[in-house]
Ligand binder design. Structure first.
Ligand code: SF4
Length: 301
């Protein structure tokens, strides 16, 4: 039985998607930074050749229908275009730690994860490698018969997001900010809200169903994540209102409200970020989620 979109696509469709994604990378237009920089000097840290990965790991910390009991098969790509100052994975996203794999080696590593009985393959922040990733999986797609997850910042080049909508079964999609002054200050993306809104519209349009199997494992769906930042309660409340609007318009999603912020990396130098989230503030945001009856998970503090 075909359990992911990749195995449903025809060869010509796949060929077209791979070549579009590779071209976006070649041109340096694969994310909203649109660096157009020569290979090897890309601000996101993408290497000249190959796919750079920090780790292929079984991960049990995702939402329950994603991690299940055997864990998600996470692929943590090296480098990132958003480079949030408070990134908790900063050795990977800012310092580009990792090892470069060619296409054959990459797909072998994925097959090894599958052998360990992970429930899915979970790509973490991989816009800069998307073309090469789909190209690698294409060659072994019958063996990769698990849901493919895209775990992302929520801020993408629209053409790249179209490709993702055709190839990924599950989205773990961030809504970080409702205010571009914050995205400019804390992340490397000036117009986060415009890109994020457009991607939300595209998710709505794609009408992705929520499908779990009999054992409660997610096969298809959208999980929207919001990490609450300390002392930015207005931003978080605006995010919840925005999500309520999308819910009313028919976007089928579950919300994962996250309290796991801790000051890391460059956030240690920024007074307002160099603290934890206050419980009274977090409660207010969690109450807004309850008030709007948005389904999902609220992490405890
Ligand atoms: S993902 Fe990297 S290579 Fe692509 S446009 Fe952004 S910064 Fe440039």
């Amino acid at each position: 039985m075909k359990t992911n979109l990749l195995n449903v696509l025809s060869e010509p469709e796949l060929e077209k998607l791979v070549s579009r994604a590779l071209k976006l990378f070649e041109q340096g237009l694969c994310c909203p930074v649109m660096c157009q920089a020569p290979r090897g000097s890309r601000p996101c840290g993408a290497p000249e050749e190959g796919i750079k990965v920090a780790s292929f790991a079984i991960h049990d910390g995702e939402e329950p229908p994603v991690s299940g009991w055997n864990g998600a098969g996470n692929i943590f790509f090296s480098g990132c275009s958003a480079k949030c100052l408070f990134c908790q994975n900063w050795p990977i996203s800012h310092n580009n730690n990792g090892k470069i794999y060619n296409s054959g080696e990459f797909s072998e590593k994925i097959k090894k994860l599958i052998d360990k009985k992970v429930h899915n393959i979970n790509f973490v922040t991989g816009d800069h490698f998307l073309g090469k990733v789909i190209e690698s999986l294409w060659k072994v797609r019958e063996a990769v018969n698990l849901p493919l997850i895209y775990n992302c910042s929520g801020c993408h080049n629209h053409e790249l997001f179209e490709i993702l909508l055709k190839t990924m079964d599950i989205f773990l999609f961030d809504v970080k900010y409702c205010d571009n002054t914050l995205s400019s200050k804390y992340s490397n993306i000036q117009n986060y809200t415009e890109y994020n809104l457009k991607c939300l519209e595209m998710l709505l349009e794609a009408d992705i169903p929520w499908i779990e199997d009999d054992l409660g494992l997610l096969k298809r769906g959208v999980i929207i994540r919001h990490l609450v930042l300390p002392d930015h309660i207005d931003n978080s409340l605006q995010v919840i209102e925005l999500l309520n609007d999308f819910k009313k318009r028919g976007l089928n999603f579950k919300l994962s409200l996250m309290s796991q912020y801790f000051p890391a990396h460059k956030a240690l130098d920024i007074e307002v970020l160099n603290t934890k989230v206050a419980s009274a503030q977090y409660r207010k945001i969690a109450e807004a989620v309850e008030f709007y009856e948005i389904e999902g998970w609220t992490q405890s503090l």
